[in-house]
Design a protein around this ligand. Structure first.
Ligand code: 2P0
Length: 350
């Protein structure tokens, strides 16, 4: 496929300031393993959140050489600035004028670090939206559909899961049987009305920084004994999950949600360099949740990101009962609980 940002080599960059707020997302079918340059080994599917988001403002200017500064929550963050600089340098073939950009970034998150919420998804999609907005400004573009597609393309190159945060509700990424599916950018997915409003209560079991990054975890899939079987399973789960979401079958969705969480963590346990990110309280919470579901029949299911913290997913109509359950039976296992839900996607602040 051709790059979505080609034909822009001869632009002369100028001054521009923009700001975007972009949410995180939680994967129902997981992206775990890559091919080529930032392309997924299997299609994935996620729900965009509402409250857990990053707000980023960027001042672009014309300089003699690329210079990136980044202020995170009021403090300069050279490590994060270096990551953004490296990312921008990966775009230099399509955007050679990147070498002459001044990029002054201010960013903040609504959620705490280490809360089991993908800050790379919200943070890098917020930055990519600012960059896409700058390109749109420089090219006088006004095609909104293409704008979001380009923003998703640019987000993916920064962090795979970030490309799914560009749209609200459910989003898919990766080639599949769906129309307009692509490995290069994400696409929104419409679902049954009964499954539009879902809650995500995040049980923060442990907020310490994990000792194996997602990038390293993806890397281990290259030499993983079970890689091909996992990609086949993920494709099957993807098709089943899309069908269940369209039919409003929360039980079928929940079954896949939990199978995907276990598979993701099984991949880590069986990697060439095995590891686990789970904690004893992660397993204790899963057992309590399963007992509760067996006793009450309520449709509340868990999933896990690449970390020890559980995301409890359930239809909004069961909120009161689930919150009482969490308060009585799970809160003592947690450092903190974050209550989120489906969201509408990114917003331009100015
Ligand atoms: C996902 N995760 O689908 C899966 C499930 C975590 C567990 O995508 O290397 O930060 O930046 O493309 O997107 C986390 O990996 O990896 C991830 P990069 P990313 O949400």
């Amino acid at each position: 496929m051709k790059s979505l940002i080609n034909g822009l080599q001869d632009i002369t960059p100028g001054d521009y300031e923009t700001s975007w707020s972009s949410p995180s997302n939680i994967a129902f079918v997981k992206y775990w393993g890559k091919k080529g340059h930032q392309l997924p080994a299997n299609p994935s599917l996620s729900l965009t959140l509402n409250d857990c988001k990053t707000t980023t403002s960027v001042k672009f200017s014309l300089l003699d050489e690329l210079d990136v500064s980044l202020n995170f929550d009021g403090n300069n963050d050279d490590k994060f600035a270096a990551k953004i600089k490296n990312y921008l340098l990966t775009l230099q073939t399509d955007l050679p004028w990147i070498h002459r950009l001044g990029v002054e970034i201010k960013t903040s998150n609504t959620f705490p670090h280490g809360a089991g919420i993908a800050s790379s998804a919200s943070g890098l999609s917020a930055f990519a939206l600012c960059l896409a907005d700058y390109i749109k400004h420089l090219t006088h573009g006004n095609d909104q559909d293409n704008f979001l597609k380009k923003a998703s393309f640019l987000s993916r190159l920064a962090s795979g899961s970030a490309c799914r945060s560009i749209y609200g509700g459910f989003t898919t990424w990766g080639e599949s049987e769906l129309l307009d599916s692509s490995d290069y950018y994400a696409t929104p997915l419409s679902v049954h009305p009964e499954l539009v409003n879902l809650c995500d209560s995040i049980l923060v079991i442990n907020s310490q920084e994990k000792n194996v990054s997602s990038r390293a975890g993806h890397g281990q899939m290259g030499a993983h004994t079970f890689a091909e079987a996992r990609y086949t399973q993920a494709r099957d789960h993807f098709n089943l999950c899309v069908s269940a979401l369209k039919h409003g079958d929360i039980e079928a969705v929940g079954k896949i949600l939990e199978a995907e969480a276990f598979s993701l963590h099984a991949m880590m346990l069986t990697s060439p360099n095995p590891y686990t990110l789970l904690k004893p309280n992660s397993l204790a919470a899963i057992e309590i949740l399963h007992d509760f579901r067996n006793e009450t029949g309520l449709p509340v299911y868990f999933t896990l990101d690449a970390g020890p913290n559980l995301h409890l997913i359930y239809p909004e109509s069961f909120k009161n009962k689930v919150l009482t359950f969490i308060g009585h039976e799970l809160s003592s296992l947690c450092e903190n609980i974050i209550y989120d839900r489906n969201g509408e996607g990114p917003v331009k602040c100015y």
